[in-house]
Design a protein around this ligand. Structure first.
Ligand code: F6P
Length: 317
């Protein structure tokens, strides 16, 4: 069996661990593996390389992806199918192991299936916003990175009280990541794009929190509407200084947590076994606590918004 591994869209912590897991199984099973440099666009351009297992093992705990990715919608090109089939035939590739998020699963995976190309997708994005799976690889590591930042912010907030701290997370366009971090950190408020709040209400609420607790910790999703306006307006309306920390891409490149390392290896094991058993297409999903290969096409609608009850619990207690 010969597999090409491709990383598409935003990288996520755990991709290297999953590649390492797949390579180990392939080595033991006498299988061959190549990696595409530059995502699906790279694959289309015949950018295939041999993977050095010793290097990949060393990087298994690091964020990012040893195989460079791309957001180029290369499969939309008119001659994409023919070019792709030619590359796969030239290298005698039987199947693709594809890492990607919402866009890859909704747009690239169905095309590959239509073209008769065997492909299993491992959902990987810190955003945890893929429909039909409760978990995407990298989410836990990104949450842990943010929790480390909360620890530091709380230390200084306690030492010099009387301020509002906004911790901005990635996760656009959804608030799943921010809500997970707000809940786990015991933040005073979560600000999510799906549930915008009225500015005067927010200012009053923050004022009350600072009066009571000495500081306010707010976890804010990067997609919350008009963050600059909020940062300028709240101090005016509440009469309290704001300190804003944006985690940015440092969060996406976070070190890989224990949970993500285990899930990465479990996902790659499921994919390898499925290939060996002749499965043509599917996505490895987590549902009700169990990882499994979902063979049917995933619904093309977006994941539902973040849990409203949890959001209200975080914001109103
Ligand atoms: O989808 C993953 C993600 O990291 C989002 O959280 C973020 O908004 C986006 O990618 C950033 O994309 P880029 O790296 O292209 O700026």
């Amino acid at each position: 069996m010969k597999t090409a591994i491709v990383v598409s869209g935003g990288d996520a912590p755990g991709i290297n661990a999953a590649i390492d897991g797949f390579l180990r199984l392939a080595d033991h099973g006498g299988d061959h593996v190549l990696g595409a440099r530059g995502g699906l666009a790279g694959l289309l351009n015949d950018q295939l390389l041999a993977l050095d297992r010793s290097v990949i093992s060393l990087l298994a705990g690091s964020g990012g992806s040893i195989l460079q990715s791309s957001r180029d919608p290369a499969l939309q090109q008119p001659d994409a199918r023919e070019r792709l089939l030619a590359v796969l035939t030239r290298h005698e590739i039987d199947n693709l192991l594809l890492f990607g998020g919402d866009g890859t699963i909704r747009h690239a995976a169905p095309l590959l299936a239509n073209w008769g190309i065997s492909c299993i997708v491992l959902p990987a994005t810190i955003d945890n916003d893929v429909a039909c799976t409760d978990y995407t690889l990298g989410h836990d590591s990104a949450c842990n990175f943010a929790l480390g930042a909360v620890q530091g912010i709380r230390a200084t907030a306690h030492a010099l009280p009387g301020r509002i701290f906004l911790l901005e997370t990635l996760g656009a366009p959804t608030g799943h990541l921010a809500l997970a971090i707000a809940y786990a950190s015991g933040a005073h408020l979560a600000l999510l794009p799906e549930y915008p709040l009225e500015l005067d209400w927010l200012a009053d609420r923050l004022k009350a929190i600072v009066a009571n607790d000495g500081y306010a910790l707010v976890v804010l999703s990067e997609a919350y509407p008009d963050i600059n306006h909020l940062v300028a307006e709240i101090p005016q309306r509440a009469g309290i200084r704001i300190r804003h920390t944006a985690l940015g891409h440092a969060q996406r490149g976070a070190d890989v947590s224990h949970r993500d390392r285990c899930i990465a290896r479990d996902m790659s094991r499921i994919a390898w076994r499925a290939f060996k058993e002749g499965a043509a297409n599917g996505v490895v999903v987590l549902r009700n606590g169990a990882l499994a290969l979902h063979r049917e096409r995933l619904p093309i609608d977006s994941k539902p918004p973040p849990d409203r009850a949890l959001y209200e619990f975080v914001n109103q207690r």
